[in-house]
Design a protein around this ligand. Sequence first.
Ligand code: DAT
Ligand code: MG
Length: 140
Amino acid sequence: MAIERTFSMIKPDATRRNLTGAIVAKLEAAGLRVIAQKRIWLSLKQAQQFYAVHAARPFYGELCEFMSSAPVVVQVLEGENAILKNREVMGATNPANADAGTIRKEFALSIGENSVHGSDGPDTAKDEIKFFFSDLEIVG
Ligand code: DAT
Ligand code: MG
């Protein structure tokens, strides 16, 4: 195993319900270290750009509206196997299928309003970190 970095985002449904700290606590308890973090409000255009890979999906419009509807917290997480570990702590996309103890099982409202985003592989992690952070903002 190797020390990796991944990108994480706490979504509008969670910031609205004041769950930022509870979610960070779960990430930290799993051994992930927050080495960069900021609270921002995505424009619709930024949300569309961030989720461009899903542009052809029927839920794309709704997804981008939601992602720009309230603040988000963007993060860089570091740790052993961080990409996979974060996906495990997040739980399945649909909270109905998420394992007990995962962030989505505990906090997500629906498949769309599912509280967190996490990179799905090394290439997307690199691209997504770069989308939001400069090297100076990441303090490992
Ligand atoms: P994940 O966020 O687990 O990586 P994804 O990349 O397949 O899932 O989809 C990105 C987001 O799009 C997901 O977090 C919520 C939304 N989404 C996915 N499938 C959806 C669906 N069937 N209906 C509504 N929103 C959906
Ligand atoms: Mg995804």
